[in-house]
Structure formats: structure tokens, C-alpha cells
Write a protein that binds this ligand. Structure first.
Ligand SMILES: NC(=O)c1ccc[n+]([C@@H]2O[C@H](COP(=O)([O-])OP(=O)(O)OC[C@H]3O[C@@H](n4cnc5c(N)ncnc54)[C@H](OP(=O)(O)O)[C@@H]3O)[C@@H](O)[C@H]2O)c1
Length: 325
């Protein structure tokens, strides 16, 4: 099969289409003929040699795919050959075939094309587990999503506003802010022009927000504490703005705050399966009703993976970038 290989891993990496062995599904796994793979920021880190795949995962880039089930490993009971699916995988997506644990496979929701379905798994698994499992978001609570125009952000805004939460978000341009409000954000804040702490405080009568999903870190760590309400929960999924910060922790005590952080990729298939079950129950019906849509910035051929990475690195995109196999 054809797959993307990383040549010269490091800052000057090159992504090249090459011939490699087709994977075989082990017990509990399914083989998927890939229609499309979703790009994730972590793919860039992996290509730079800074984020190795977890033990046992394919070294090929790509943490989510859509496609058609081609073969079943022993003991798989929830899929059949020919099913159109999307799946969260720990690696191997930038290829014509990929294997997935059957616990991480979801059907393509009604009304979503097979290609666009590749935009769904990583963002929804991540948003759900961080907001619901980690931050324990309760009905009616308000939320601040940093990076609203990212793949993660566009899914979070839609999922939370469809579930009745008031969503604030940050993004880096007027165009991105407009896109976020169109997706359901009550207020999108251009962080290059406005201080999100001041805007959130003004919009909530000084109260702040109950939960913050942050991918920035750095100086946002302190500022998030200022924007949080009493008993607020702040969950980091990344630290693009810096892993280190000088922080005054007094607001943690005074406001009874929780500071959380999680990653998804290294979790067990059983843990991911529990998230998959929650998504099937709570989110897939909303996608089927058209209340949550995959936000696809662009679809490029698999051979153009390098150009796709360049677009993601430029941050010009809104939503997900996909590679068509
Ligand atoms: N922990 C986990 O399990 C997990 C899982 C999936 C993703 N992630 C992380 O989540 C992040 C988003 O992933 P993605 O694949 O959706 O990437 P992406 O589409 O490339 O998004 C990155 C976003 O970060 C925003 N950003 C950068 N600096 C910002 C700032 N100072 N304030 C507000 N927003 C800022 C960018 O927006 P502007 O262009 O507007 O600046 C961009 O929208 C990545 O850092 C990724 O590593 C973590």
C-alpha cells in the first residue's frame, strides 16, 4: 500500500509518499480501507521527532481516519466488512489502509460524507473527555474555549452550544471570530486586540466562567485563573504558549479552582472505548440531526501531506485539514 513516510525527522522534515506493507488486524482490531485521514497538530510534533507514537502503535503519522471496513480481527462483534466508519487510532492514518481497535470505531453519522467523517474522531474524543470526564461540566455551566477556530475549537463550540452551554471563545482574527460565532459561540474574542479576561468578566457581570478548555498555557495559566468563576475548572490539552510560567496560586485557594490537564493518545483502548460509547449516545445523534457538523477547512491528496502540514503550521485554517487517500 501507499503511505506517507517522514524523511529527515526534525525541524526540516519531509513527507514523501512511499510503498509499505499493508497492516493486518490483530484480535479485537479492524482493517479500514482509508477514505481520508484527519490532520492533528500532534502530527507536526511527531514529524519533528518531538512526539513519538505510544509503544505498539504504527510509526506512520495520522491519529484518525474514515473509510470502509475491509477485514475483521478475531473477536470483533461491533462492525462488519463493508461498514462505513471513522476511527480514533494511535498512528497509521496517512496511508491507504489502517488498523483500529474496534473499541475506537464509530459509524459515519447520517448526513456526513465518508471523507468529512475523518474530521470527527480526534476532536470529539478530546473535547468530550476533557470537558465531561476531567472538568465534570454540568448542565447550564458557561465555558471558555481557547483557540476556537482550531479543529478542537470548532468541535467544542458546536458540541457545547448544542447542549445548551454559553460558550466564550478566543481566536486570532476577525474572520476567525466571525466563524466561531456562526458555529454557536455567544462571544468570540480576538485575543490579538482584546484581553479575554476583561471581556469574560464584563460579559458575566464579574462572575467569570465555570470551565475553561485551554491549548495555550504560558501566560494564559494565570489569566485563566482570573477569568474563572468560583469552583471553576481549567483543563489544558496543550501548552503552545509555553510549558513553564511564573504563577501566583492565590486564586486557586480563594476561588476554589481546579487545574487539570490530560492527553488522549496513550490511554488504553478500554478508556477510549468508554469515551466512544458516550459519544455514540450523546453526540452522534446531534451530528445526525445536523446540529453539529464537521468543519472541514480543506481536503488535499495524501501525496500532498507536506502542503497540508504547511497549512496547519501557518494557522491560516479554520477547522480540520484532511488528506484523501
Ligand atoms: N491533550 C490532548 O489529548 C489533545 C488532543 C488533541 C489536540 N490537542 C492539542 O489541541 C490543540 C489544537 O489541536 P488542533 O489539532 O485542533 O490544532 P490546530 O487546528 O492547529 O489549532 C491550533 C490553534 O491554536 C490557536 N492558538 C495559538 N495561540 C493562541 C492564543 N494565544 N490564544 C488563542 N488561541 C491560540 C490557533 O489559533 P490562531 O491562529 O487564532 O492563533 C489555532 O486555532 C493543539 O495544541 C493540540 O496539540 C491535545
Amino acid at each position: 500500500m501507499k503511505a506517507i513516510q517522514v524523511e529527515n525527522p526534525g525541524h526540516a522534515y519531509a513527507l514523501k509518499l512511499a510503498e509499505t506493507d499493508k497492516p493486518a488486524p490483530k484480535a479485537g482490531e479492524v482493517l479500514i480501507r482509508v477514505a481520508a485521514a484527519g490532520l492533528n497538530h500532534a502530527d507536526i510534533s511527531q514529524a519533528k521527532g518531538m512526539y513519538p507514537p505510544p509503544p505498539g502503535a504504527s510509526p506512520i503519522l495520522g491519529m484518525e481516519v474514515s473509510g470502509t471496513v475491509e477485514a475483521l480481527g478475531e473477536g470483533v462483534g461491533n462492525c462488519e466488512i463493508g461498514d462505513e466508519v471513522c476511527a480514533l487510532i494511535p498512528g497509521g492514518g496517512y496511508a491507504q489502509y489502517a488498523v483500529a481497535s474496534s473499541l475506537c470505531v464509530l459509524p459515519v453519522p447520517k448526513g456526513v460524507s465518508l471523507i468529512d467523517a475523518a474530521a470527527l474522531p480526534e476532536v470529539h474524543f478530546t473535547v468530550w473527555t476533557n470537558l465531561m470526564d476531567a472538568a465534570r461540566l454540568k448542565r447550564g455551566e458557561s465555558v471558555l474555549i481557547h483557540g476556537g477556530s482550531s479543529g478542537i475549537g470548532t468541535a467544542a463550540i458546536q458540541m457545547l452550544s448544542a447542549r445548551g452551554h454559553k460558550v466564550f471563545t478566543t481566536a486570532g482574527s476577525a474572520e476567525k471570530c466571525a466563524a466561531c460565532e456562526k458555529l454557536g459561540a455567544a462571544k468570540a474574542i480576538n485575543y490579538r486586540e482584546q484581553d479575554f479576561v476583561e471581556v469574560v468578566k464584563a460579559e458575566t457581570g464579574g462572575r467569570g466562567v465555570d470551565v475553561i478548555l485551554d491549548m495555550v498555557g504560558g501566560d494564559y495559566i494565570q489569566r485563566n485563573m482570573s477569568a474563572a468563576a468560583i469552583w471553576g475548572r481549567i483543563v489544558n490539552i496543550s501548552y503552545q504558549g509555553g510549558m513553564q510560567a511564573s504563577v501566583n496560586f492565590a486564586p486557586m485557594l480563594m476561588k476554589r479552582l481546579s487545574l487539570l490537564a490530560t492527553t488522549l493518545r496513550a490511554r488504553t483502548n478500554e478508556e477510549k472505548g468508554a469515551i466512544r460509547d458516550a459519544l455514540l449516545r450523546e453526540v452522534w445523534p446531534l451530528i445526525g440531526e445536523g446540529r453539529i457538523k464537521p468543519v472541514v477547512d480543506s481536503v488535499l491528496p495524501l501525496a500532498d501531506a507536506q502542503a497540508a502540514h504547511a497549512r496547519m503550521a501557518s494557522s491560516a485554517h479554520i477547522g480540520k485539514i484532511l488528506l484523501e487517500a
